[in-house]
Design a protein around this ligand. Structure first.
Ligand code: C2R
Length: 162
């Protein structure tokens, strides 16, 4: 079944939402249709496989996967699809997200995951990176990204004046 979602936002647990909502805020602002789902390589492996295997035929263009601790979800999703996968290391309690980062970033050659920074900034950048991928084929989206950059510049200049 084809949905109208261009981006799939998945997370290993609903406890990751506080981080992953930053990704969704960006996708909302860019008016990019997306779907969001809790799915885990560890706890729901069959569901995770199905999700990744059917992603392209369902119409997704990019998958953003957030997970914490032994964060195998982004890499395992990437193993089952050739869509671009962006991995978000969720900040863990025990090791501050270093475990999440290292679990996601160090993929073997052949199965890439575009890894962003730990936590909320990384989740924001994951949304922006997905938008930037899609903007290669969408001039209106490129304009929205330009406007977003201009708003950042304005904020910095205003803070400087203060
Ligand atoms: N890293 C993974 C995976 C996975 O990689 O498949 N599934 C759940 N988790 C992570 O476990 C942490 C704690 O989860 P709970 O809060 O549910 O105990 C979450 O950050 C989640 O991403």
């Amino acid at each position: 079944m084809v949905s109208n979602a261009a981006v799939g936002v998945v997370m290993g647990s609903s406890s990751d939402w506080e981080t992953m909502k930053n990704t969704c805020t960006i996708l909302d602002a860019m008016e990019i249709p997306y779907e969001k789902k809790v799915v885990s390589a560890h706890r729901t492996p069959d569901l995770m496989f199905r999700y990744a295997e059917t992603a392209r035929e369902r119409g997704l263009k990019v998958i953003i996967a957030g997970a914490g601790g032994a964060a195998h979800l982004p890499g395992m999703i990437a193993a089952k699809t050739t869509l671009p996968v962006i991995g978000v290391p969720v900040q863990s309690h025990a090791l501050n997200g270093m475990d999440s980062l290292l679990s996601i970033v160090q993929m073997p050659a052949g199965i890439p995951v575009a890894t962003v920074a730990i936590g909320n900034s990384g989740a924001t950048n994951a949304g922006l990176l997905a938008a930037q991928f899609l903007s290669a084929f969408d001039a209106a989206l490129a304009d929205k990204l330009d406007a977003y950059r201009a708003s950042l510049e304005k904020k910095v200049k205003e803070s400087d004046l203060k």
